[in-house]
Design a protein around this ligand. Structure first.
Ligand code: 13P
Length: 256
């Protein structure tokens, strides 16, 4: 973390978990512990069906509500999809774009991510743009190339004045849901390379103001070490964001 130049953001990605009633209960449970949070921003990216209850439950707290996906068109014949304006009107502040599960199971590409990032920003939503390599790519030593390509395509034509609103989440696919966390050095190295890439695209001032998160089996035990890396400005947390005590412990680590 480097609090001097950028915000630390701890975000939960609930994935396809929790009914609206369960969402309300979990946020109510989280609220007292999260009120200790001084330095970082907190976001919970919930299923579409939980948004209304989550926004209501989070009212009066420092928790912002995010979505996990959106469509890039404004409206139209796209059965089953949800637009940026719809999310915005529900009180959503952040939206995850290009999560590896969406790339893997639902055909998301760098090009569709680029469309979504631009539309999200135009609607006043902050995109959490995900990138990360497979195990095979890491073993072939092409991690940096893969991540740079993902970032460069997804941010194409994103205006300089908008880039600070974008959050980048580095999530090595082999670390997601596997309990196999990247070492702090691995996470720090790639997050730093991402910042180098952002510097090339937007200049030093903008690059140092952008929040770059790590995601992949981040938990109460390893959070402090990961967040101690100067270029790791927070986390995108799956499993551990479904338990109030675990999520609060990660937020506490970010407040040290
Ligand atoms: P886990 O924390 O469960 O590994 O999930 C990480 C993730 O995919 C967050 O988007």
């Amino acid at each position: 973390m480097n609090r001097r130049y950028r915000k630390t953001i701890i975000a939960g990605n609930w994935k396809m978990n929790k009914t609206p009633t369960e969402a309300k209960a979990l946020i109510e449970e989280m609220k007292p512990a999260l009120s200790r949070c001084k330095w970082c921003e907190m976001v919970l990216c919930v299923p579409f069906t939980d948004i209304q209850n989550a926004v209501k439950a989070a009212r009066g707290s420092k928790i912002a509500i995010g979505a996990q996906n959106m469509h890039f068109e404004k409206s139209g014949a796209f059965t089953g999809e949800v637009s940026a304006d719809m999310l915005k009107e529900m009180g959503v502040k952040f939206v995850i774009i290009g999560h590896s599960e969406r790339r893997q199971y639902f055909g998301e590409t760098d090009i569709s991510c680029n469309k979504k990032v631009k539309v999200a920003l135009a609607a006043g939503l902050r995109p959490i743009l995900c990138c990360g390599e497979t195990l095979e790519e890491r073993e072939q030593d092409v991690t940096m190339e893969v991540v740079r390509k993902q970032i460069k395509i997804a941010l194409r034509d994103v205006a300089a004045e908008d880039i600070k609103k974008v959050v980048i989440a580095y999530e090595p696919i082999w670390a997601i849901g596997t309990g196999k966390t990247a070492t702090a050095e691995q996470a720090g190295e790639v997050c730093s390379a991402i910042r180098d890439c952002l510097r090339e695209l937007y200049g030093a001032r903008a690059a140092r103001a952008i929040t770059v998160q790590y995601g992949g089996s981040m938990n109460a035990k390893n959070a402090a070490e990961l967040l101690a890396q100067p270029d790791v400005d927070g986390g995108l947390i799956g499993g551990a964001s479904l338990k109030a005590a675990d999520f609060a412990a990660i937020v506490d680590a970010a407040n040290q």
